[in-house]
Ligand binder design. Structure first.
Ligand code: PXG
Length: 288
């Protein structure tokens, strides 16, 4: 496997970063998870825009243009002969010293891993997920805005551990006011009385690229979408629930906190979104 690292392609075994890199020492950096479908990178520009916003939020100046990063991303797919894949694009503060200040980190580190995608078992899409709300809250935007896709994922990992300890694959996180934020690596949507409801980004949800794609599809379906504060109750009484994310795509939820959602089976509208999303991703995107 060839990895893009700081301007060149190297073998995976040689793709190494310094132990003084602040990405490792402090989680000081940003990243994107991107999908390649049939040699098309899905919404590459939107991912790179979000990367720029994340970098700006942590005051990390990217010394490369969006076009350069886009080209390296496509080249990483080509170098690895990929048709379908998962791309992890990471920018760290770079190597510094044993102090928090980024002032001693003169040069950010960039690396791009383009690998085969490991998909969720297909039966999950047919049977649907069961979720649990976990005690760990989504961190407050005044501490570190959840809109920043930073390398500091401990908040999400703590929630994942709690869900897995209870026998669930994914967790719902509430924000510090008790409203629904998102899952550990996915956004959430509820269908209720002919409306699609989803937490506002200010409730602690990442502005997911898949979330945006679903909102676009909803417009095509003439289905109203509302971003609002949602409680667990709003999710329990929903007609349908589903999650969206780069890895999971669109996946039905059939149970939350021991309550069956709707009929207890994946809903018809969720199925429609899954189908439309699959049709969309193979035609939309940046050709590598
Ligand atoms: N919320 C969080 C906290 C995320 O990390 C999403 C929502 C969905 O956003 P996108 O843009 O992907 O629709 C994410 C994305 C992984 C993995 O390795 C996680 C994500 C993306 C890709 C891979 O588990 N999280």
């Amino acid at each position: 496997m060839k990895i893009f690292l700081d301007g060149a392609f190297v073998e995976a075994a040689d793709a190494k970063v310094s132990v003084f890199d602040h990405g490792l020492l402090y989680g000081d950096g940003v990243f994107e998870g991107i999908r390649l479908y049939q040699k098309n990178v899905f919404r590459l520009d939107a991912h790179l825009e979000r990367l720029e916003y994340s970098a700006k939020a942590i005051a990390l100046k990217l010394p490369w243009t969006r076009a350069e990063i886009a080209e390296w991303t496509c080249e990483a797919c080509r170098q690895n002969g990929l048709t379908d894949g998962y791309i992890r694009l990471v920018v760290t503060r770079g190597a510094g010293n044993l102090g928090l200040s980024p002032k001693r980190c003169p040069k950010p580190t960039i690396f791009i891993i383009a690998d085969k995608i490991s998909l969720y078992p297909p039966e999950l899409y047919a049977t649907g997920l069961e979720l649990i709300t976990v005690p760990t809250r989504r961190m407050n935007a005044a501490a570190l805005p959840p809109a920043v896709k930073s390398l500091n994922y401990l908040n999400n990992i703590m929630a994942k551990i709690e869900a897995e300890n209870l026998g669930y694959q994914e967790a719902i996180l509430l924000n510090d006011q008790g409203f629904v934020a998102e899952c550990t690596g996915d956004n959430i949507f509820a269908l209720f009385k002919g409306e699609l409801l989803t937490p506002k980004p200010s409730s602690g949800a990442l502005r997911g690229i898949t979330r945006d794609a679903v909102i676009d599809l909803a417009a095509e379906f003439k289905l109203p979408v509302r971003e609002l504060d949602l409680t667990r109750y709003d999710l329990w009484i929903a007609d349908e629930l589903f999650l969206t994310g780069t890895a999971a795509e669109v996946i039905p939820v059939v149970k939350l906190d021991g309550r069956e959602i709707g009929t207890g089976k994946p809903g018809p509208l969720t199925a429609r979104f899954i189908e439309a999303f699959h049709r969309r991703v193979i035609v939309e995107g940046t050709r590598i």
